[in-house]
Ligand binder design. Sequence first.
Ligand SMILES: [Zn+2]
Length: 631
Amino acid sequence: MAIFIPEEKISEIKNAADIVDIVSESVLLKKAGKNYIGLCPFHSEKTPSFTVSPDKQIFHCFGCGTGGNVFSFLMKQEGLSFPEAARHLAKRYGVDVPDRPLSPEQKKKISERESLLDINRRAGGFYHQALKNSTAGQKARSYLSKRGISQKIIDDFKLGYAQDGWDHLLRFFTENRISSGLLEKSGLIIARKNKSGHYDRFRNRVIFPIFDVNMQVIGFGGRVLDDALPKYLNSPETVLYNKSRSLYGIHRAKDRCRATGTVFIVEGYLDLLALHQHGIENSVATLGTALTADHVKLLTRYARRMILVYDSDEAGIRSAQRCIATFWKEHVDFRREDVFSEDKADTHILVLPAGHDPDSYIFEYGPESFLEAASGSPGIITFLIDCAVRQHGLTTEGKIRIMSELQQPLAAINDPIAQAIYIQQLAERIGIAESAVLERIRTVAARKPGAKTFAVQKDAPSGTLPKTGQAASVAGAKGSPEVNIAIRFERQIITMMLQFPDILPEINRLNVLKYFENDDLESIGNMILKFNPTTADQVSELISRIENEAQQILIASLAMEDESWNKKGCLRLLGKFVETRRKLRNNGLLEEQIKAAEKRNDHSLLLTLLNKKQKMAERSEKHKMAILSKK
Ligand SMILES: [Zn+2]
């Protein structure tokens, strides 16, 4: 059953809960002025920069930049979903959460989701029964036993069998009066081309149901029993299933991941099952896609140390290159400065001896040997250095190739200390001067403006090295010299709106947000206007109304520092902002027209335009005076 909690209950829970109480359960807090401080649980530090404000009911870490309200804290710290965190708090503070009547639209959305979950659950049961009890299932049973899969694993992971034939599942559901339209949406059946009717997607395959963290079946994978193609077939993307967000085995791995702080990431169903069967339960598998930022985000809820397991150097290198981009993107999106640095976030690459995948390795050498190999696995950058040296050798030409292969990954490291260590490591390894390596890295960094802040466009596809751009980074980068001064202006205005709600009517009147360039800040500004708080201590409430995690973190960071505002100063700031932006926009337009007129040698138009330019300059001066004269 999907968990749904009515909005007014969320408010009630939020009002009952105390963030200092909740944080104190896992972080030792000391009083410091109005706030409490402690060592941040989300990055490693020696001096406390993790700050909790009891007045605003929010937390913010000045070290790693993360922040939010009591819900975000529980989600991050305990790896809970929002509804889970809300339930947890409701229970603790004795808030009764009944189901409430829903709008027809909500009902439809939720009921479709629920129906699809129900269909998946029943299909999973159908396949599982066929594997365990049917005569036809015999060949699947012997296939799995040949692969060494135990009965316990078959039951724990609810493995199944889809019989050979076009409509076994279809008939099962038709008998149970499930509409084919809904079934088609589940991806379990496919509409016939040019003909009416449907047929089963999975036929004569071992079935691996894919569960989410809440133990619900969101999709299926199917493997052939022989050499037929495709070897693996997965559910298509549905309302429930998205391969770039889902990880096979997460439902059975999460507790062990939390307990050990480590997660193994493999690439196949059978590899994953082999690890679990041998007691290495802190493992998950990607589903036919490279590790994405969403995967990393999901996994950081449970473990800091991630070990990616590959069957060859080549696969490892390809993935390591991609992962750097992924972790990098993750860093930019979530301001976790520690994600990249190896000793803190700890991303390792384990390449198994030639000819072995995790499945065959663990059956041949056992789990102890696997864990031992894992404990010696190099960090992601060390791995890349090792591979490059092995591949190109240490001739002069080899060294040049090594340098050109590694300059990008090294330039991508945003922690200067970590970067310095790797530069030193590489210089020593290939026997060239550290300053030469450093020079090379600097050239790469300099070629990309803004590369130092590791700006990345929000829509940069994972799998490519991030491009530079200011969109995502500027809103969060605090005090960095690269921060565009214009965005700093916008940040200041949002801070003002959060801490000094008296100014909101003026923001509205002057239409200030219309001039924003940063989308995150603009959207936060609009949320504040819509929410219309009357006092500054309603920040936590505001955070619960925002879904975008990066924006939540941004709000907490802007609201945390106390500045004293006065209306006159605020008006001056707003006036200056609007005036500058308006001028920029108008000038841009006018300049274009002037250029065009010059090009066409249209002297009379040119004269009119220049006149207009002059007048505009005068007007904006007047406008400025008008704003200043208001108090
Ligand atoms: Zn922190």
